[in-house]
Design a protein around this ligand. Sequence first.
Ligand SMILES: [Zn+2]
Ligand SMILES: [Zn+2]
Length: 106
Amino acid sequence: MFEEENNNAVNDTQFVDETLVCKDCGKEFVFTAGEQAFYAEKGFLNKPKACKACRDAKKNASRAPREYFTAVCADCGGEARITFQPSPDRPVYCSACFEKRKNAQE
Ligand SMILES: [Zn+2]
Ligand SMILES: [Zn+2]
């Protein structure tokens, strides 16, 4: 953890643009006075560790639908959308058949 250094800025109402280095892409980015005011208002004690582009990318990545692979269901022959790369030696089931089999096993 490297958060000890960030404990003195919040009570300072005079914000000044500050250049930080993004931990993700290594580029410098500006933590603007406006953003600092926003952070202080929200009570965030830590400065952003990543630039806006990287933070947005991360936000979008967690929100974006997962990548799907399409395979043929081993049970009904329909289209099975799976979140992992299908391997040839393992049967793949569509979600309906997967549920059916899971319930049948219980
Ligand atoms: Zn970045
Ligand atoms: Zn099926």
